[in-house]
Write a protein that binds this ligand. Sequence first.
Ligand code: MG
Length: 454
Amino acid sequence: MLGKKLFGTRGIRGPISTKVTPELMLRLGSALAEYVNGGEVVVGWDTRTSGEMLARAFTAGLLSGGCDIVEVGVVPSPCVAFTTKDLGAGAGAMITASHNPPEDNGIVFYRSDGTEFLTEDEVSMERLFFGAGSRTTGWDELGSVRRYDPVTPYLNTIKKMVRVKGGLKVVVDCANGTGSVTTPRLLRELGCKVVTLNAHPDGHFPGRPPEPQPWNLLDLMATVREVDADIGLAHDGDADRIAVVDEQGNFVRPDALLALFAEIAVKRSNGGAVVTSINTSTAIDEVVSRAGGKVYRTGLGDFTEAMLEHHACFAGEPGKLVFLELGPWADGVFCAAKMVELLSSEQRPLSEIISERVPNYPAYFSDFPCPDEMKEEFMREMREYLLAQVDEVQETIELDGLRINRKNGSWILVRVSGTEPKARFAAEGRDEAELERLKNIGLSKIKEILKLQQ
Ligand code: MG
């Protein structure tokens, strides 16, 4: 992490009582003004109760540094990225804690082309933040604020990029987050019949926790069955993510979505690179190589750099998909449009499309408490043990933990979290018996090192 103190794996995030305070935001505003050397900055925020408070402090810092603000208010993160690129602003900033609990908030920055700030940008920002002093301008050089509605141009651009025949029935669960202001409207304008859940902005998140995990989407699954919908869609708090439920009300594996859209992108660009994270299924490799493309893996939260390096035609982590034809940011709203486009062109149930196009290998994911001071030793012991125990090794990937790919396509992954005191373990077998065997190899040693019961 090059010694970053402020930025985590995606922007800055934490409780508003201790970390993401108005004071922090004021200083970040000054630092950003200095970093972009004045000019225009797009500022948006999510539906959290602290959004407006933090936006005002952040804006004050920017104004004092001579930046002009394009204030877009409560909109999805991808809409801020789009607007930054669309208006040619110097930078974009989204005040959000994504799927964290309501008492948290945070901020994500975008470059003028809509790319999330790279590590080098974050390191420079920290240098300015912790440096001698902030940029201050004279009374006659202070910035100004203009309000701007970005939703109409954003949705119009998306609508021009997809072809959807009307008549699909879609249930959308917006988690009371920013997807509420875009996705139901977008789908209606695309001719879908839309049933909404949790689709008014509310920073208390009264409907469900904002993380779109299957156990938080039981209402969505039930509603899809009840109203006999073609598909169910669910956002996280800032709508850069999406989760999907098929026409039977079953949660669709995030890896299957990655594979599906990677295949479409590779076919459209006649081959090309796909960048995905270290914890995703080899089903993606199979689908992509069949379509004539190649998969590159990165650590969690690191795909932006790799995406640029390999000139990827598609990138993503589970739930977070980047459609390069729109721009280099994760976009759950655009993904909603792409989902209904796919259904409308195929004219058959989603479960059928997925089972036909994406292999389904049994997989296991789990995490374990692992104190920060144990992480190094844990990884050293696990590495030594797994390299000795796992046979038929095709390749090992050591970008973010250790992933061992076996010759038959199965794999095992062990890593430690960069943000929480946790170790993570995953395995994927060709069949249940192989999964069980790989799982036991990993779990027995994890329990021994971490001294866990059973
Ligand atoms: Mg998010």
